[in-house]
Design a protein around this ligand. Structure first.
Ligand code: SF4
Ligand code: SF4
Length: 256
């Protein structure tokens, strides 16, 4: 982290405003890949500059009761994390998709021109992440220990040279070929956000214009593009809407 004196609240405010802006652009059909790339780059830059909004890390510091690491009083941390969870219940996982530095740097890596591993059984991924979630809580409550530190999230964005940094670099290299391994296998806050996205008021839906060509299903890296999928693991990456050959067959809208 380059600017430790800048309050982490700047990152929270950025994410809060952008959640609404992104949702509006998707809903109104004005979302473009150029905007996506701009946000991905800004979010990663904020991760390196002020290490915010890294909500998985804030969630961990909250569970550990670490006020200093949280960057503010515990109650503010609870409110901040709850607000983003509630927003996910409304708009889906835009935070993961475009605002979390940990998620966005993996998203950028996923566009590397290397062969992709198509491992998409989402229940297996979610099951492994649930095991990590229990481990995360057990380590925090029983031993006051940090699971995320083992994966080097903070060390990487602080540009520290530690064993954890190398672990995160390996995760990044892996994410060039396997879509978002940290988000889909490890992230404890992602567990909560996936529940929010599953029940979200607004999601990507197929309309009656769909011709069932299944191109979206083949393009989706998380197995969430089938008509009946709940979208818990949809990161609103836009791959499905980009490949869909029929205008209006996929739309970000309210309801089922
Ligand atoms: S799953 Fe976790 S790490 Fe991934 S983008 Fe969401 S909050 Fe960030
Ligand atoms: S391809 Fe579509 S359904 Fe799949 S994660 Fe991306 S936006 Fe969500």
């Amino acid at each position: 982290m380059v600017f430790s004196q800048i309050p982490k609240a700047i990152g929270f405010i950025y994410a809060l405003v952008m959640m609404g802006v992104i949702a509006y652009l998707w809903y109104s059909g004005r979302w473009r890949q150029k905007i996506a790339w701009l946000l991905l780059v800004i979010s990663v830059a904020l991760g390196f500059l002020i290490f915010s909004p890294v909500l998985p890390w804030q969630f961990q510091q909250l569970v550990l009761g670490d006020v200093e690491g949280l960057g503010g009083p515990l109650i503010i941390g609870v409110i901040g994390l709850a607000v983003f969870l509630l927003l996910t219940f409304v708009f889906g996982r835009f935070f993961c998709g475009y605002l979390c530095p940990v998620g966005t740097i993996q998203e950028i890596a996923s566009h590397a021109p290397v062969p992709k591993v198509s491992l998409r059984p989402k229940k297996v991924f979610m099951g492994i992440r649930a095991v990590f979630f229990v481990l995360f809580l057990a380590m925090a409550f029983l031993f006051s220990a940090s699971l995320l530190a083992l994966f080097g999230i903070q060390d990487f964005f602080y540009l520290s040279v530690t064993a954890g940094t190398f672990v995160f670099i390996i995760i990044l290299l892996l994410s060039m070929t396997l879509y978002r391994p940290f988000c889909r296998l490890i992230c404890p806050y992602g567990v909560l956000l996936s529940l929010g996205a599953w029940k979200a008021a607004f999601k990507i839906h197929r309309t009656s214009a769909c011709i069932e060509c299944k191109k979206c299903e083949k393009a989706c890296p998380t197995d969430e593009a089938k008509r009946e999928d709940g979208k818990a693991e949809c990161y609103l990456c836009g791959r499905c809407t980009d490949v869909c050959p029929v205008t209006g067959a996929l739309g970000y809208k309210r309801g089922g």
